[in-house]
Design a protein around this ligand. Structure first.
Ligand SMILES: O=P(O)(O)OC[C@H]1O[C@](O)(CO)[C@@H](O)[C@@H]1O
Length: 531
């Protein structure tokens, strides 16, 4: 398309909202001029689905629960008075608690002011807080934040070494909606251990954010933790950033959570509109739908030209892929829906995978994210009339044009600046776009039926490890090949798992499993020395 025709298309389709401080340019997606008209009946059904969701319909049939993350930023919309009260009370409690921490009215177990937050959580219980911290935390932050979002022992050690001198001034947020996620409970136990090794009373540092009556809730009550904040059934992990999951860590860091909530609330108001061209979430969802033809199997590359948005793609990866990656549609047909999400930041990505985007397979569309205000002070002039921010701007336009020249499609989202408000807007925008897209392709965006399968197999592996350790322990001094062990414990079909578990055990020192090296790795014998 000629440059002048592109400009006409740009003007025709630019979504611009001064209240939200956002522009969405879809002119470089190749939909036809009658696309919105043709798709109207479908998106109108999606609008209706969303409306009933907001009114409290059971939108998650297998889990039999409501989906109400929108109520978190506008409690008056919640369908029941007790929900409204609980949401408002929790926001108040978060603010009061954080203010007491900041003023030193709540002190650590050693009577010191808290300086650090350690967040222990995974998936939706960490990705939002990580994204928001990276976007909004500055040097004047009230409390520095770190994260444990895995069950990697080396990861634990590295982080504990980093914060060990300030452990007595660290507040630990253990976040788990279900209260039973293994990675999180392992992180919690390892953190407790570090506290007790340092002779600190952990309970005076630990705060739980979890569902009522969950295992974690009971434990926090029983061990008399510093505080407990609620999570509700109607908030899914990946849409929990505007619940205590996101608000408490943000408030502790000194981020203005009222502004974050206001951004999300005002974005919800705009994305509730039934006119496609006035609804930024509908515009996004319809672009995704246009590109995937409603059958998925494509890639969405998110490239923000701003370091603060670097974790946005990681955050969206869960929001989009856990919501839209589904085997079956709502009528039980096998559809294998999904859009793969990846990205990092510009212009860094220009020096990484953009080469493939330009020359490789044509199975993706890009969302460029532009932030108009590059800095809060004036910049040095690097060369005649040019600053570093001008280069950031130029690289975005350069890459975008280079891709257009190669017939690659892209959306560009522009925000005025990165503030708690604009971050709230972006979160609500994508939450709603995901919901609308799910309706368009007739899937349930609010369950994750298959994530359990990996967890179940992990449990079987752990049980197998226990069995083989008991066997070696009961036969100390005797040496066995993996196959002999498998036969002895009656698990011949699990030979590969047994082989890999033996390799894992001998590489670690915990249970004294040793091996006699043999040149045929499968004939190597394993044993525990006799006492
Ligand atoms: O907050 P929880 O219950 O610990 O769950 C953590 C994450 O695990 C999942 O349930 C699935 O892996 C995610 O949906 C969720 O965000």
């Amino acid at each position: 398309m000629e440059q002048s025709a592109l400009w006409d298309r740009y003007k025709k389709y630019l979504y611009l909202n001064n209240t939200l401080g956002i522009y969405i340019d879809i002119s470089r997606m190749n939909f036809s001029d009658n696309y919105f008209e043709e798709i109207k009946p479908k998106i109108e059904t999606a609008f209706k689905d969303m409306e009933s969701l907001e009114k409290g319909a059971i939108a998650n049939p297998d889990e039999k629960r409501m989906v109400g993350h929108f109520w978190l930023r506008n409690p008056s919309l919640a369908p029941k008075p007790e929900i409204r009260e609980e949401i408002s009370e929790t926001i108040l409690k978060i603010k009061e608690f954080s203010s007491k921490i900041h003023k030193g009215e709540i002190l650590s177990s050693t009577g010191k002011m808290f300086k650090r937050v350690l967040l222990v959580g995974i998936g939706g219980s960490a990705l939002g807080p990580q994204f928001v911290a990276n976007a909004l935390q500055d040097n004047d932050t009230k409390l520095q934040i770190s994260f444990l979002d895995n069950t990697d022992p080396d990861g634990f050690d590295r982080l504990f070494a980093k914060i060990k001198d300030e452990l007595d001034q660290t507040i630990v947020l253990v976040i788990s909606k279900s209260g039973g996620t293994k990675e999180t409970s392992n992180g919690m136990e390892e953190t407790k251990e570090i506290f007790s090794k340092t002779n600190l009373t952990f309970s005076k540092h630990f705060v739980a954010i979890t569902g009522k009556y969950s295992k974690l809730h009971k434990l926090a009550l029983q061990e008399d933790w510093l505080e407990i904040f609620p999570l509700w059934d109607f908030v899914g992990g990946r849409t929990s950033e505007t619940s205590a999951v996101g608000l408490l860590p943000a408030a502790l860091q000194g981020i203005d959570i009222d502004e974050l909530l206001r951004g999300a609330k005002e974005c919800d108001e705009q994305t509730r509109r039934n006119d496609i061209c006035q609804n930024p979430a509908a515009i996004l969802a319809l672009m995704w739908y246009y590109f995937t033809q409603g059958v998925g199997g494509k890639e969405m590359v998110i490239i923000p030209y701003n370091d603060r948005l670097q974790l946005f793609s990681k955050y969206l990866q869960q929001l989009i892929m856990e919501s839209l990656g589904k085997e079956k549609d709502l009528n039980d047909n096998i559809v294998n829906q999904g859009i793969a999400v990846y990205g990092n930041k510009g212009s860094t990505d220009q020096h990484s995978y953009v080469q493939q985007l330009l020359d490789g397979p044509d199975n993706y569309f890009i969302t460029f994210m532009e932030v108009l205000k590059k800095r809060s002070k004036t910049s040095i002039i690097l060369e005649d009339k040019v600053t570093s921010g001008d280069y950031l701007h130029a690289f975005l336009l350069g890459t975008r044009n280079a891709l257009t020249k190669k017939q690659k499609q892209s959306i560009t989202i522009t925000v005025d600046e990165i503030t708690p408000y604009s971050i709230g807007v972006l979160i609500a925008l994508y939450e709603r776009a995901v919901g609308l897209y799910a309706s368009l392709v007739n899937i349930n965006a609010y369950h994750q039926p298959s994530v359990e399968s990996g967890k179940k197999i992990a449990t079987l592996t752990i049980n197998l490890q226990k069995d083989l350790l008991s066997f070696l322990d009961n036969n100390r001094g005797k040496k066995y090949t993996p196959l002999e062990i498998a036969t002895e414990i009656g698990q011949n079909t699990e030979i590969e798992t047994i082989f890999k578990t033996l390799q894992h055990l001998t590489a670690n020192m915990n249970f004294n499993v040793e091996k006699d090296n043999h040149e045929d790795v499968f004939s190597t014998k394993y044993f525990i020395k006799a006492n």
